[in-house]
Design a protein around this ligand. Sequence first.
Ligand SMILES: [Zn+2]
Ligand SMILES: [Zn+2]
Ligand SMILES: [Zn+2]
Length: 141
Amino acid sequence: MQDQIRDILKSNHLSVTGSREKILGLFLLEPGALAHGDIEKKAGAKFDRVTVYRTLQTFVEKGIIHTIPTDDNSVLYALCKDNCTEGHHHDHHVHLVCNTCGNTYCLDNVVTPEIRLPKGYTSSQIDVVIKGVCANCNVSL
Ligand SMILES: [Zn+2]
Ligand SMILES: [Zn+2]
Ligand SMILES: [Zn+2]
């Protein structure tokens, strides 16, 4: 996995730092989205709040991770799989919040429906967040 992390950083012209390696590694291991607090906890005491924040901002700018809005006006972060590039995200997929386990998942193969806006309006981002039950939790029912 270490190679994969370095490859991602390298292809985005980012130098390899301890915090970037650690935080990117968390995303590669995690099937669901991560909140800022989760990332801070999992990254460990070695990285302070500001470092985590800056690292996440850099990853979002570079198109490595994308944000997902939540009910309480915070954001979650998840790895991009749709060939996002610096400043241009193409994460046109739906997200599902599981009512059972509380995790948020990227449904990479479910494309966000196109929404026709009235004349004069343009959209820059469409976020579709579905509430339901994830595949893992459905199996255990
Ligand atoms: Zn993206
Ligand atoms: Zn679940
Ligand atoms: Zn996503």
